[in-house]
Ligand binder design. Sequence first.
Ligand code: GRF
Length: 213
Amino acid sequence: MSAPLPIAVLVSGTGTNLQALLDGVHGREAQIVAVAASTPRAQALARAAAAGVPHAVFARSQHRDRVARDEAMADWLAARGARLVVLAGYMELLSEPFLDRFGGAVINVHPSLLPAFPGVGAIEQALAYGVKVFGVTVHFVDAGVDTGPVILQRALELPEAREADEVRSALRPLEHGLLAEAVRLFARGALSRAADNPRRVLVDCAPARSGGG
Ligand code: GRF
């Protein structure tokens, strides 16, 4: 197997997606070399600490503006050798210079079937709309809000759902599985773009070669 891909994970909250990556891909297909939080209150920081992963806080309030914050954060992530940045419940928008610096290698997990219900409160938006099918999307990040090319999606029928917490709990395992899978695919070089439509992400499902000729 080839060397693990060095990745960074950006967090703002409880960090269950970070935990799924620590449990499912860390030290295997990928090595989490840095965890950056938007707030010192992110419980995800304790998960990084418990796993012995370098972690730091880059709060908007500590910097001149968002671009300066992103530059400081990108410097730190690059110094740690990150080649993929994973947004796992990261609740801030990233500036274009940050995205350019990582050359499109920034992915996000979102709790809806995009392009439906982008932005904050996706599950609440979906419930208010009255949908019967919910879902999860992992996508590349571009300068828009949840507008980048879709990597993986999974749907879940919950025709009777009424409470956001109920939907959130049901979607969590899907998020964790899909995000880990997307990181594995990226690490193995299995993601590319369709020549006739660069928004369409092609997934090479061939198993990774085990080496040895
Ligand atoms: C997830 O539902 C993610 O999709 C959303 O924020 C939540 C983060 O959860 N953007 P956690 O911090 O990974 O537990």
